[in-house]
Write a protein that binds this ligand. Structure first.
Ligand code: PLP
Length: 389
């Protein structure tokens, strides 16, 4: 018997695993599964970025780098953030192997046993896990009754945030809903954060992927510069999931503490990957626009198809996810049992989705539309044919 640490006992394996296991089993049996469960762009990494990575390897950039990241990349990040209205110097940035590691370091740096972390539901699965791993206690505000928007939920947020709140996590555009929060909503967050002296994580990993709206950077609001940790990564905007590159920018005292964790755990992000990151930040405008336009077309097509099928979705303004309401449908007739709906979707229609419960949003299923239009059409057809709406 192993005597496990309490922290690992506090978290569950990712809820998406059951679905991807089922999908894997079906595919092994030769079944054609439309997999809409993955949070990953279906485009290759832009060619010039791949070339920059190769060139960096050839040039011998294969050793350790300075722990917080190569100066050229921190410089490029600082400039990118400045373009978003954010003022972070290169000594206020840590480059990490993926945005997930950045989040992990921030939680570990700020959260002690019992510290309150406020999440906006539906929330990306890993926030809860990271808060719990750090020993934090969770308070949650539900945006589901408000079409996933924050502005109409500001009163609820005001009731939840108090002087005891240590950290609030804001993710706009949101995974899993695709919601982009209004400036008025972000100003509401600012007022509460200032009043109660709360640090806020602004997870902006989908910021470059919006449709006709801009996702404002929370840290650009008056009063937020010295209390916002801005987090981003290369996985989504530049289709670089497997490269594992991300970063966070934070007031210097936070970076000073977090860099201890960073240097004693990962040492640094991969050297040649950081060089590819410079190319991604400085020379991919056209590739990003192309991917965004493709997501946009799929989004519109999907909303239309679902509408024809009688499914009324909250139309996402960003990212590449959509929440399907599945309560009241045949397989989801128990409003909380979105697991049953997702199981039926994969077993009967061979369409893989993620139960909303994974994001604390029962009665929904998340789909990713980072798939070809043809496969998306096929998915809706199959779900309709299997009588799942
Ligand atoms: N934040 C959100 C909201 C995400 O959806 C993801 C990935 O799914 C991440 C952060 C982390 O991505 P990565 O570690 O690939 O940078």
């Amino acid at each position: 018997e192993f005597d496990f640490a309490a922290r690992v006992g506090r978290v569950e394996p990712s809820a998406t695993i059951a679905i991807s296991n089922l999908a894997g089993e079906l595919e092994a049996d030769g079944v054609d599964v439309v997999d809409l469960s993955v949070g990953e762009p279906d485009f290759p990494t832009p060619e010039n970025v791949v070339e920059a990575g190769k060139a960096a390897m050839d040039a011998g950039h294969t050793g350790y780098t300075s722990s917080n990241g190569i100066p050229a990349l921190r410089e490029a990040i600082s400039e990118k953030l400045a373009a978003d209205g954010l003022d972070y110097g290169t000594d206020e940035i840590i480059v990490t192997p993926g945005g997930k590691q950045a989040l992990y370091e921030v939680f570990q740096t700020l959260i002690d046993d019992g510290d309150e972390v406020v999440l906006l539901d539906p929330a990306w699965v890993s926030y809860e896990a990271m808060a719990k791993l750090a020993g934090g206690s969770l308070s949650r505000v539900d945006l589901a009754p408000h079409d996933f928007q924050l502005e109409p939920a500001l009163d609820d947020l005001a009731e939840t945030v108090s002087d005891d709140t240590e950290l609030l996590v804001v993710n706009s555009p949101s995974n899993p809903t695709g919601a982009v929060f209004s400036d008025a909503a972000l100003e509401g967050v600012r007022d509460l954060a200032v009043e109660h002296d709360v640090t806020v994580i602004s997870d902006e990993i989908y910021k470059e992927i919006t449709y006709g709206v801009e996702a404002t950077s929370l840290g650009s609001l008056d009063g937020m510069g010295d209390r916002t940790v801005t987090l981003n990564g290369f996985s989504k905007a530049y289709s670089m999931t497997g490269w594992r590159l991300g970063y966070f920018a934070a007031p210097k005292p936070i970076v000073e503490q977090a860099s201890k964790l960073h240097s004693h755990s990962v040492t640094c992000a991969v050297n040649f990957v950081q060089h590819a990151g410079v190319e991604a930040l400085t020379n991919t405008d056209d590739a990003v626009t192309e991917m965004r336009d493709a997501f946009d077309e799929r989004r519109e097509m999907l909303v239309d198809r679902l509408d024809e099928a009688g499914v009324d979705v909250a139309v996402p303004d960003g990212a590449f996810y959509m929440m399907l309401p599945v309560d009241g449908s045949r397989a989801g007739s128990d409003p909380d049992d979105d697991h049953a709906w997702c199981e039926a979707a994969i077993e009967e229609a061979h369409v893989a989705t993620v139960p909303g419960s994974a994001f604390n949003a029962p009665g929904h299923a998340r789909i990713s539309y980072a798939a070809s239009e043809e496969r998306l059409r096929e998915a809706v057809e199959r779900l309709v044919d299997a009588d799942l709406f």
